[in-house]
Design a binder for this molecule. Structure first.
Ligand code: NAG
Ligand code: NAG
Ligand code: NAG
Ligand code: NAG
Ligand code: NAG
Ligand code: NAG
Ligand code: NAG
Ligand code: CU
Length: 352
C-alpha cells in the first residue's frame, strides 16, 4: 500500500509543481512521529532493539555479496554504492531513503509498531561515552574492548558482520572505539553554522562535514568507515538524527528546499565530505585518521579533476529531482524528488 502510493507521488512530483511545491505533499494527514532515543520509555527502547535483532535474524533474500540477513542487505545497499552516495548531492536524499527503508522493514517484517528514533547528538556531544544510547541493558551496548575493539555487552554482542571493513567481504564483530573529543563535532554550533547557509549547494557539504562526522567519529571503528558503517546498528540512530538536521534546514528554507536539488554526482576526493571537511579538534585531532589537520593527504593543491559523469535519472553530472536512488530490490527504487519532502504521502513523518 505504502509503496504503491509512492509511485503515484513520484509521478505527480515529477510533473506537477504548484508554487514550487510538488503536488502530493498535502495528502499526508497523519504523520508518524520520530522521537529522540532518550525520550523513549524502557519498553519502547526494548521494542526497537528487538526489531533490530529480528532484522539480524531474518534471512537475506537478494544474494548480495557478504549478506546473510535483512540487516546485512541494508548494509550492502550502502556499501555497494558508497562512492555515489557520499560527497555528492544525493548524500542526504539517499540516507533519508535508507532510514525510511530500515524503519519500513522493521514494521513490515518484524511487527515493529514504533517509528525510527534518532539520537539527539548535541545532548551528548563531547561525552558520547556517557550516553544512554550506549546503555548495555536498554541501549546499543558500550565501547569496544581490546584487542579487536569488539563490542562486549548489549543486545548486539556476538553479531557477525559479513561486509566490511570497507568493501571487504569478511566476517568480523561489530567494533567501536568511542572518541569523546571527536564527538564534539556533534554539538549544536556545527548545526547552527550550516543553518546560516541558505542554498543546498553550500548547506549540504556543511551538514555532511560536521555535524555528520561527529556521530561517525564519536563512535569510531566500524561507524567511522564511510562504506561499511551500517554494520553497527547505531548508524540508524545517527543518520536519522542527520535527517532531522536536514529537515530542520529545509523547514527554514521552504518552499525551495522541497522542490530543488543540486550538487555533483561524482565525488571529488579533494573535497572531503562534499567540501565540508570534518572538524579538526584540539591539537589537530581529527575523527578521521590520516587527516590530522583537516587536509586530505595529497590534496594540498587540490588539482584533482572532477570527471563529468551522468547517473540514472540525471542528464549530466549534477544531481536532479529524477536522480534514481537505488535500493537493490530491498524496496523499489525511488528518486530524489520522492524524498525531498518528509510531509509527502510516501514518507509522511515528523520529528518531535
Ligand atoms: C562545539 O565545539 C566547538 C569545537 O570544540 C566549540 O568551539 C564550540 O564552542 C562548541 N559549541 C558548543 C555549543 O558546545
Ligand atoms: C542562493 O539562492 C538564491 C535563490 O535561489 C540566489 O539568489 C543566491 O544567489 C544563492 N546564493 C548563493 C550564495 O549561491
Ligand atoms: C560537470 O561537467 C562540466 C563539463 O565538463 C564541468 O565544467 C563541471 O565542473 C562539472 N560539474 C560538476 C559539479 O562536477
Ligand atoms: C593538547 O596539547 C597540550 C600540550 O601538549 C596538552 O596539555 C593538552 O592536554 C592537549 N589537549 C588535548 C585535548 O589533547
Ligand atoms: C597538515 O598536515 C600535513 C602533514 O601532516 C602538513 O603537511 C600540512 O602542512 C598541514 N596543513 C596545515 C594547513 O596545517
Ligand atoms: C603542492 O604544490 C607545492 C608547491 O608548488 C609542491 O611543492 C607540492 O609538492 C604540491 N603537493 C602536491 C600533493 O601536489
Ligand atoms: C534501480 O536503479 C538502478 C540504477 O541506479 C537500476 O540498475 C536497477 O535496475 C533499478 N532497480 C529496480 C528494481 O528498478
Ligand atoms: Cu553513508
Amino acid at each position: 500500500m505504502k509503496w504503491h502510493s509512492s509511485i503515484v507521488v513520484a509521478l505527480l512530483s515529477a510533473s506537477v509543481v504548484v508554487n514550487g511545491i510538488p503536488l502530493g505533499t498535502t495528502s499526508c494527514t497523519v504523520k508518524s512521529q520520530r522521537k529522540a532515543w532518550h525520550t523513549l520509555t524502557k519498553d519502547e527502547k526494548l521494542e526497537y532493539l528487538d526489531a533490530e535483532k529480528c532484522l539480524m535474524k531474518l534471512p537475506a533474500k537478494l544474494g548480495l555479496p557478504g549478506t546473510r540477513t535483512r540487516f546485512d542487505e541494508l548494509q550492502a545497499s550502502h556499501a555497494m554504492q558508497a562512492e555515489i552516495t557520499h560527497g555528492v548531492g544525493a548524500f542526504l536524499p539517499f540516507h533519508r531513503l535508507l532510514m525510511h527503508t530500515h524503519e519500513y522493514l522493521m514494521q513490515t517484517e518484524c511487527g515493529y509498531e514504533g517509528t525510527q528514533p534518532y539520537w539527539d547528538e548535541p545532548r551528548d556531544a563531547g561525552k558520547f561515552s556517557k550516553s544512554v544510547v550506549l546503555d548495555p541493558d536498554v541501549g546499543f551496548g558500550g565501547d569496544g574492548v581490546a584487542p579487536d575493539n569488539c563490542i562486549a555487552d548489549g543486545p548486539f554482542v556476538g553479531y557477525m558482520n559479513g561486509i566490511g571493513p570497507g568493501h571487504l567481504i569478511s566476517d568480523h564483530c561489530i567494533d567501536r572505539k568511542v572518541n569523546d573529543v571527536a564527538s564534539q563535532a556533534a554539538n549544536q554550533s556545527f548545526v547552527d553554522q550550516c543553518y546560516k547557509l541558505q542554498n543546498y549547494s553550500t548547506a549540504w557539504p556543511c551538514m555532511e562535514g560536521s555535524p555528520h562526522s561527529g556521530g561517525h567519529g564519536g563512535i569510531g571503528a566500524e561507524m567511522l568507515n564511510p562504506i561499511s558503517s551500517p554494520g553497527d546498528p547505531i548508524f540508524y540512530l545517527h543518520h536519522t538524527y542527520l535527517d532531522k538536521v536536514w529537515w530542520g534546514w529545509q523547514a527554514l528554507n521552504l518552499p525551495a528546499s522541497v522542490s530543488e536539488i543540486t550538487g555533483r554526482n561524482v565525488q571529488d576526493p579533494c573535497a572531503g565530505f562534499g567540501g565540508g571537511l570534518p572538524w579538526t579538534g584540539p591539537n589537530g585531532t581529527s575523527p578521521f585518521p590520516g587527516w590530522p589537520n583537516g587536509t586530505i593527504p595529497g590534496c594540498e593543491n587540490d588539482t584533482t579533476p572532477v570527471i563529468p559523469q551522468s547517473l540514472p535519472g540525471d542528464p549530466g553530472n549534477v544531481t536532479t529531482m529524477n536522480h534514481v536512488l537505488n535500493m537493490f530490490g530491498i524496496v523499489p527504487n525511488s528518486t530524489v524528488g520522492d524524498v525531498l519532502d518528509i510531509r509527502n504521502d510516501f514518507l509522511c513523518y515528523e520529528y518531535v
